[in-house]
Design a binder for this molecule. Structure first.
Ligand code: FES
Length: 170
């Protein structure tokens, strides 16, 4: 398995890594394949057309090289976008921006898109429930189910890694 040069460069210098104080939305997602977990924090503002845009976004993860590189790219793509356009960012956009990912690592890019979805879902739940569709509720429920399963399967490891993350972000 080989990462592209771009993946390795971004992994060494990721952008938007960390937490946002008092975020407007928080999303967490886990990868059922490997047990890795990701958190996304967003700040939302109105633009001139009164649309909700992502004015700031950060991520935290203890995922692999691919998870960090894909999150860095995803957050760059999402920043400044309306919430509706950010919801359309898919793994294809991310993989293309990274000049490809080894096939066994494509699942890692789902972590960031799922966590972004959850952050937007969280924002809508608190501020604009009319925007939540049936499909969104289904996706949210599936992500929550996966997370519960991961907690069960990888409990000790997840607890340890979460402690490490909290220590680093203090
Ligand atoms: S192997 Fe877990 S996110 Fe990549």
């Amino acid at each position: 398995m080989q990462y592209s040069k771009r993946v390795l460069q971004i992994f060494q210098n990721p952008v938007n890594y960390g937490k946002i104080k008092s975020p407007d939305g928080i999303g967490k997602a886990g990868n059922i394949v490997c047990g890795d977990v990701m958190a996304i924090y967003i700040k939302v503002k109105k633009d001139k057309k009164n649309q909700d845009i992502i004015s700031d976004i950060k991520f935290e993860t203890f995922g692999c090289v691919a998870a960090i590189a894909t999150s860095s790219i995803m957050t760059s793509l999402a920043k400044g976008k309306t919430l509706q356009s950010a919801l359309k960012i898919g793994k294809q956009n991310i993989v293309k921006n990274l000049n490809g990912l080894p096939p066994t690592k494509v699942h890692c890019s789902l972590l960031s898109t799922d966590a972004l979805f959850e952050a937007i879902f969280d924002y809508y739940s608190r501020h604009d429930q009319d925007k939540i569709t049936k499909d969104m509720i289904k996706r949210h429920t599936d992500i929550e189910k996966d997370q519960a399963e991961i907690k069960k399967r990888y409990k000790n490891w997840v607890d340890n890694e979460e402690k490490k993350l909290n220590k680093h972000s203090k």
